[in-house]
Structures are given as structure tokens and as C-alpha cells.
Design a protein around this ligand. Structure first.
Ligand SMILES: [Ca+2]
Ligand SMILES: [Ca+2]
Ligand SMILES: [Ca+2]
Length: 236
């Protein structure tokens, strides 16, 4: 082989090697492109899955919130219904209280109008008398009308009334907390014990003059008969 032929062979070999290297590079680029394309697809799929999961969770939370809202509305409706029932029961109770009780509702007490009355045979202080009434599920008598005043007067006893100005001088209140509206004081009562030199915080019904059975203020520590009144059904 001469030199020229030898150079030609080397030149061919070099071209083949260059061509081969170029082919390897092209294949490598294709694989990289395919790999990147697949990677993008996986990322896209992952992103879509994440969005789907988040949306499902959000939907579930919205559903739970809606259920809670419905439950709250049902509870509000139930509360309103119960409030109506309570109001109706209160009205019925009020009607029952204001209706005249049959006589057999006061088997041991005296019946008058809507109330039952217990008239004591003993004498006690105002406070002790009141406690006795409370033990009998009642309280000291409250005069609500002329008729009731006349009825209490007709019993002919000097008795405690459920009336006091212990909280504020000359502001007379009944034992149920109501302020005195119509009164039956025996003139010049109430005088707060101006001649007795002792504070007078409790009211009594006098009986020393049949024509003038009216009210007097007196020391709560004096002893008197007392009258209990209840407007409820008999409980003892
Ligand atoms: Ca009364
Ligand atoms: Ca007084
Ligand atoms: Ca007095």
C-alpha cells in the first residue's frame, strides 16, 4: 500500500467516526426529549390529581358546613316551637290561677275567689308567720281588691298582712315584690311608730273597732295571728 492510499483509508475512517458520533448525539437528544416529555406528563398528572383531591376535600367541607347549617336551622325551629309551647303553657297556668277554684281545692283552708286562705290559731312575729306560710307552699296574704279586703276583715282577727316597708321607708311592698297600689290604712297610719319610739316595718289588719278594721304599721317583732294565701292548687 502506498502513502496516498493509506491517507485515503485514514480519511474514510475519520469520516465514519464523525458520522457515528453525530448519530449518537442525535439519539441522546431524542431520549432526553422523550424523558422530559414523560416527566412533564407525570407532573401534569400529579398536578391534576392534587387539584382533584383538593376539590373533593373542599366539596366535603362544603357539604359538612351545609349539613351543620341545616342542623342549626332545625335547632332554631325546635327552639321557636318550644318557646311557643312554653308561652301557651304559661297562658294556661295563668288562666288556671285566675279561675275560681272549686271548694274541694281548699279542703282544710278557706276558699274565696281564686285563692285559698289559712288562718292561724297561734300568734307569731311577722317573719316567723311568713316562714310558716312558706312551709305551707304559700305566703302571707296580699290584698288585691275591695272584695278581698272585706273578706279578710270579715274573719274578725288582728292579723299580719304580707306587706312591709323594710327595704325603703314608706315604700310599701307586698311579699310578691309588687308595690302597694290601693291601701286601707287606718288614719293616720302608717306613722312608722311615731308614738312608740320604735321603727314599724310591717303591716297588720286591726280588729279593735269593727267599723274601722283597717291597716296599721307596727314593729315586725310584735306577735299576731296571720293569714296565708295561695293561688295555686292545694299542695299540702
Ligand atoms: Ca290576694
Ligand atoms: Ca316603716
Ligand atoms: Ca303604726
Amino acid at each position: 500500500m502506498n502513502v496516498k492510499a493509506s491517507n485515503t483509508v485514514y480519511s474514510n475512517v475519520s469520516e465514519i467516526q464523525t458520522s457515528h458520533a453525530s448519530g449518537v448525539k442525535k439519539i441522546s437528544c431524542r431520549y432526553t426529549a422523550v424523558f422530559l416529555g414523560l416527566l412533564c406528563l407525570f407532573l401534569l398528572a400529579g398536578l391534576l390529581t392534587l387539584v382533584f383531591l383538593c376539590k373533593s376535600e373542599l366539596d366535603q367541607e362544603q357539604t359538612s358546613y351545609k349539613e351543620l347549617e341545616d342542623e342549626l336551622n332545625q335547632l332554631k325551629d325546635s327552639y321557636n316551637d318550644l318557646a311557643k309551647v312554653r308561652e301557651q303553657l304559661q297562658q294556661k297556668l295563668e288562666i288556671t290561677r285566675t279561675n275560681e277554684l272549686p271548694k274541694d281545692q281548699c279542703p282544710l283552708w278557706v276558699s274565696f275567689g281564686p285563692s285559698c286562705y289559712y288562718i292561724s290559731s297561734e300568734e307569731k312575729t311577722w317573719e316567723e308567720s311568713r316562714k310558716d306560710c312558706q312551709r305551707r307552699n304559700s305566703d302571707l296574704v296580699i290584698i288585691n281588691s275591695d272584695e278581698e279586703q272585706k273578706f279578710i276583715m270579715s274573719l274578725g282577727k288582728r292579723v299580719w298582712l304580707g306587706l312591709t316597708d323594710q327595704d325603703e321607708e314608706y315604700v310599701w311592698k307586698w311579699v310578691d315584690g309588687t308595690t302597694l297600689a290601693k291601701s286601707y290604712w287606718y288614719h293616720p297610719q302608717p306613722d312608722n311608730g311615731v308614738d312608740e319610739h320604735i321603727e314599724e316595718y310591717c303591716a297588720e289588719l286591726l280588729n279593735y273597732n269593727d267599723l274601722l278594721l283597717k291597716w296599721n304599721d307596727i314593729s315586725c317583732l310584735k306577735t299576731n295571728h296571720w293569714i296565708c294565701e295561695t293561688v295555686s292548687y292545694w299542695k299540702n
